[in-house]
Design a protein around this ligand. Structure first.
Ligand SMILES: [Zn+2]
Length: 219
């Protein structure tokens, strides 16, 4: 097992360092930039197994691995997935063993090859009932469904809407920036940071008709 395990880590490292992109990096021009929505629709699609050369069948079931091996394998897989811009990100704390099982179970998946925006590893197979995937009670789809469940057809007061916006923004930056998320905290959405004049963080986006900023270069 030890020998097989080390070979597997080598194979993953090889895949990490030898990515074949379906577009030439040199041709990447700033004016080719497209919004995320558009990229989601137009990005080339690849099967992760074919693309990385790592087959799901190469990944041992978690029951065959000790904690140290799980840790090393998870680290290697995460590094690889980041290089392929297919980031494995969870919103909730989940043990390494379950994280590994989740990657293993979903490894045979088609991914969008994105070059402008962050791509994510799908943690649930499409059509899987919430909570019945490898993550079980930690199912991320269930987490999001819960978060967004009340969003449709609601009449929100401005205060409620702001609170909802804060909630969504916080989830978004946690997903995007991981442990650094507090650096990007949207103070302007948080009523706790309002003072008697409104919100001091809401510069530039408020209703104030303040165009000083725009013509500083004329002065
Ligand atoms: Zn799930």
């Amino acid at each position: 097992m030890e020998k097989y395990f080390n070979q597997l880590l080598d194979d993953i490292a090889y895949a990490t360092n030898n990515i074949s992109w379906p577009f030439a990096e040199k041709e990447l021009q700033l004016w080719d930039w497209i919004p995320d929505e558009e990229e989601n629709q137009t990005a080339p699609i690849r099967n992760l197994q074919d693309w990385t050369g790592i087959q799901q069948s190469m990944l041992p079931p978690e029951t065959m691995l000790n904690d140290e091996q799980i840790h090393l394998l998870l680290e290697a897989l995460n590094k690889m997935l980041n290089e392929y811009n297919c980031c494995f990100v969870l919103q909730t704390a989940v043990s390494e063993r379950i994280q590994y099982s989740c990657i293993r179970e979903n490894f045979n998946q088609d991914v969008k090859v994105k070059r402008w925006h962050m791509g994510f590893f799908e943690t649930c197979k499409p059509g899987t009932e919430h909570g019945k995937c490898a993550l079980g009670e930690h199912c991320q789809c269930a987490f999001y469904a819960e978060l967004f469940k009340d969003m449709i057809d609601e009449d929100l007061t401005p205060e409620e809407e702001r609170r909802r916006e804060l909630e969504i923004e916080v989830q978004h930056i946690k997903r995007k920036y991981g442990d650094d998320w507090m650096k990007y905290y949207p103070y302007h959405l948080d009523a706790a940071y309002d003072d008697e004049y409104g919100n001091p963080y809401d510069y530039g986006f408020g209703d104030e008709d303040d165009d000083d900023e725009d013509d500083w270069w004329r002065k």
